[in-house]
Design a protein around this ligand. Structure first.
Ligand code: GLU
Length: 314
């Protein structure tokens, strides 16, 4: 199996697709992104990087940030976090409010917006948003070894100005006592974390600790093996909102999507993969990014359900 050939094949396959999905427009600043873009980067366990397409193009990581925010929050709160946020797929849209009433302000999982807002509340830890955001940026720079990772302030401002649903979610949870800081500080943290900009290469590097059972290849342990496995389990079951089952069925590896069109996907012990294409499907997940990962899984045989792990079936 030659990964370089497979990546070249995927880039050509994606270039031939006519339906590129629909770029998210509910965050005005994201609406102007060109839907033609597609990038892919794969870091393998031996440290090799194979990339193709627009792998150096920066994009808004949006909800992919929820993986890194969860990692930080678990470091602060440990398993007590699970008293404030669940671990079940929601079966609802990423920004749904209906479940919250029935479940008394405890969001289903940390990867829907409500759950990520609780995670931001934990990460705030009595500080100002800039402290929590600084910590998140330092974490991503440490994971990637790349100090250029930064926030796109225009995207953050755009979300702050129009994030009415997230404001409603945060206030609603505060009414149940599940948000402890002032709502505007929690949302300031959340919106800025979503507005972090990265490219596919950087994102694949950031995911290495989840590929390597919690270890950074150069810096040592980031989280325990069991924590890395649990984060991967949540990505598999909850990483694509109400299409998480479909993603697990089609791709078969843990993945977390964002409305900026990125997806981070992890093949434990083998690869950390980032894809990006800004057009989304009806569930708010990158249409072509998902298609690219489906093809990659077919071509490599990578799957968390595969006993051999790398027996390609094409
Ligand atoms: N910042 C986005 C929001 O809160 C994140 C959604 C996503 O990427 O799925 O609406």
């Amino acid at each position: 199996m030659d990964l370089t050939d497979i990546v070249a094949d995927i880039v050509a396959y994606i270039a031939a697709q006519e339906d590129r999905g629909t770029v998210a427009s509910y965050i005005p600043e994201l609406a102007s992104v060109d839907p033609a873009g597609f990038g892919i980067a794969i870091v393998t366990a031996d440290g090799a990087m194979v990339a193709g397409g627009d792998a150096d193009a920066g994009f808004s990581i949006q909800s992919i940030s929820k993986v890194f925010a969860l990692t930080l929050a678990l470091g602060k709160a440990g398993d007590q976090l699970w008293e404030r946020v669940g671990r079940e797929p929601s079966g609802n849209a990423f920004n749904s409010i209906v479940q919250l009433e029935q479940e008394r302000g405890i969001p289903r999982n940390p990867f829907i917006n409500a759950g990520a807002i609780v995670v931001s509340d934990v990460n705030l830890g009595g500080h100002q948003p800039r402290v929590a955001i600084g910590e998140m940026l330092r974490f991503l720079r440490y994971l990637t070894g790349d100090d250029s990772i930064a926030i796109n302030e225009a995207v953050a401002a755009s979300e702050t100005a129009t994030g009415f649903r997230n404001i409603a979610l945060a206030n609603y949870m505060r009414a149940f006592g599940n948000i402890h800081h002032p709502v505007e500080l929690v949302l300031g943290t959340y919106f800025h974390q979503c507005a972090i900009e990265m490219n596919c290469r950087q994102l694949a590097l950031a995911g290495r600790f989840l590929m390597l059972d919690g270890r950074h290849p150069d810096e040592g342990r980031v989280v325990s093996p069991s924590r890395a496995r649990r984060i991967n389990a949540l990505m598999l079951t909850c990483g694509h909102y109400d299409a998480s089952g479909d993603f697990a069925f089609r791709v078969g590896i843990p993945g977390k999507s964002g409305v900026g069109g990125g997806i981070l996907a992890i093949v434990p012990g083998r690869a950390s993969i980032a894809v990006w294409s800004p057009g989304l499907n009806e569930n708010g997940n990158s249409r072509l990014g998902t298609l690219a990962l489906e093809r990659l899984a077919q071509r490599t045989g990578w799957s968390v359900f595969s006993p051999a792990g790398d027996s390609a079936d094409q």
